[in-house]
Design a protein around this ligand. Sequence first.
Ligand code: FE
Ligand code: CA
Length: 532
Amino acid sequence: MDHFFTGIAPNMQRRAFNQHLQRSALALALAPWMRALAAPKTRVYAWRTSPFALGVASGRPRAESLVLWTRLILSDEDRAELGDTTLGVQVEVFADAAMKRRVQHTVVLTDASRGHSVHLHVQKLQPATDYWYRFRQGDALSAVGLTRTAPALNADVRQLRIALASCQHYEQGQYVAHQDIAQQSLDFVLFVGDYIYESSNPQYALRKHSGPEPKTLPQYRERYAQYKRDPMLQAAHAAHPWVLMWDDHEVVNDYANDQDRNYTDPQQFLLRRAAAYQAYFEHQPVLLGPDANSPQGASMRLYDQLSWGQLADVWTLDCRQYRSPQACPDPLRGGGRMVTQCEALDDPQRSMLGMAQERWLSQTLSTSTRTWKLLGQATMIAPTSIPAPVGRATYTDAWDGYPQARLRLLQTVVDARLQNVVTLGGDVHMNVASNLRLVPNDPLSPIVASEFVTTSITSRGMGDNMLAVIKASNSDVLHARADERGYSLITVTPERVRCDFRTTAFPAGSEAGMKTQASFVVYKDKAGVQSL
Ligand code: FE
Ligand code: CA
């Protein structure tokens, strides 16, 4: 098998030896053998089309390590020439923008079995430090990415700045929010799900998905490749490390664990989930390895926790892979919906995170010693139920559909006497600032945590009439707007967490500007959101 290693300096002794051979009579006899042995290792492949069309990315920032990512895309001509060749991709990491001080240089092998994706876990880095990186294969060079490590675990950190984002339906707008994110001074982007959408809604399409609704690995790869070709999305990845969690649309709308809305045989559905998870892995800067994020069949552990010096602990919670199915589903079409008089909602066996992740969260949250505890999770925790002729109508896909699990989460906060828990969510395509109480909307129940939910990057939000009813019926929700698209700037200091909802009108056009829709703060040791 050929290895098109490039840029690895050919062994100088071998080169000298070759030169010697070429001058000798023996060389004539050995020449074909020498070419076969040495030529593939030193050959620089001339790409007809640059394979770096999907850009570069970094993620999983720690004090001493990061994950760097790219994926090679082979044109038909290059594929015809290269065949099933394993490719060596050089990864270079620099300590300066001029890219003079190279601190790491590695070759990562990749091939078609992993979609030519490249993941490198760079280690032995300095804490709280900027790094520039790029990839090289043959004569092709990638764009340069900028990334940065987390502070040392014991560091006294004055500020953490996060862009909270979710829900980027490709068809429903341009990624101007990502352009804005790329220009911000940030520590990392926290993306909480719906990175791709499997489905289309022609009514709201500014641009078109290519290919059918993905169900197989090649189809999911094609969908990711289309999203990743967007220059504004590439800019946001090239500018900052990302901390990633998924939601439902990375597989299919409203899936829960091993069930989809069509009540597909779970064994069948898990084949689709395995394809979707593999494609997710191949396209994101997540950690390779059986103890990390590598998919194992239809399973992939993505939930995680990172620390930002002594200032904050940040969790990313998986609200899809392990959850109980939505309560009281329509027998003809499963998934979430509005339900009334649904007794299953109160079943304590039902879980949003699955019991293993719940235990892990409870244990790590209870023992966290850092000032702020930021819970990144895919959807909305605060209540959105509305009055109905009999009782209240509740939407079953968000945490309202898992009230016992929500109570356990908030009871953990109370039992561990945690003062500074702020949850950061997405999924619902609206900006939300709300208080979280053990008993939702009950003014006699103390506020135990605070919630910010970001609106979507592009995906359409609910209508104003419905939202007005939700707001009027849920006193814990202090701010809710579904009309604008964008992301949220989260600025964490020892004294407070500030949320600036950065928005543009729907649909987001390529020339659209971003403004701040509203700003809220949570002060240290005083749970609850306050308008600025
Ligand atoms: Fe969404
Ligand atoms: Ca979603």
